[in-house]
Design a protein around this ligand. Sequence first.
Ligand code: ADP
Ligand code: MG
Ligand code: MG
Length: 251
Amino acid sequence: MLEIKDLKVNINDKEILKGLNLNIKEGEVHALMGINGAGKSTLVKTLSAHYDCVVKEGSITYKKKDLLELDVAERANEGIFMSFQNPIEVPGVNNSYFLKTAINEKRAYAGESEIDTMDFLKLIKEQTSKYNLDKKLLQRDLNEGFSGGEKKRNELIQLLLLDPDLIMLDEIDSGLDVDAIKTVANVVNAMLDGKKSVLMITHYDRLLELIKPDFVHILNDGQIVKTGDYSLALELDEKGYEGIGIKDETK
Ligand code: ADP
Ligand code: MG
Ligand code: MG
């Protein structure tokens, strides 16, 4: 599904990703870990065509297409979903309107007709009640005045309704209480159907306990320096980065 080769990315003329390689196959769950400043967010921002990230070298192939040739909207329409570490507030844009527009853009891209308003409302009701998410968030402006937890729950509503193929979650569990982390895991696990793939960035073991990754990668100083299975996350939890031989290059 996703093949990243020798990726080099600059932010503000500084090299952040320094030759990164990563392959994600259909149906696989990958966790990305690493100390602060290692470049984790830069990787997922690059994959979602964030304007900060300038690709200098390397290639990214997604569903056999050159991802770097696709703009932000095309990537979303091709089934890439990204939950940002800090979702932005967009005053003046109604959340429900935003979500419906995103769904309709994806449908138009696939040559399908617009979603019927009643079907849209029914879908929201079904999905929010299934996972105990607050559908009133949809009546407000996008993320405006949302608490940290509400922003993350709103990302889950978007995730459920947009039904992407590649799900990228950047520290979606940070600042969430145990129940909310369980909700994140329930939503992601319910979506895993053997075809969707996940790339999740997390510092905590708890989310990984609930969504068992097939692969755990450690990113350090712009490169993936270690890859293992779930036991690598456990080892890291026990020994810390230094304990598994990862040096903090930012110090
Ligand atoms: P991580 O998510 O692993 O904590 P990031 O990918 O956010 O790390 O950041 C990697 C490096 O890029 C850090 O040194 C950070 O300071 C730098 N960086 C990120 N965004 C910017 C930016 N907008 N301007 C300048 N430097 C940035
Ligand atoms: Mg960070
Ligand atoms: Mg980050």
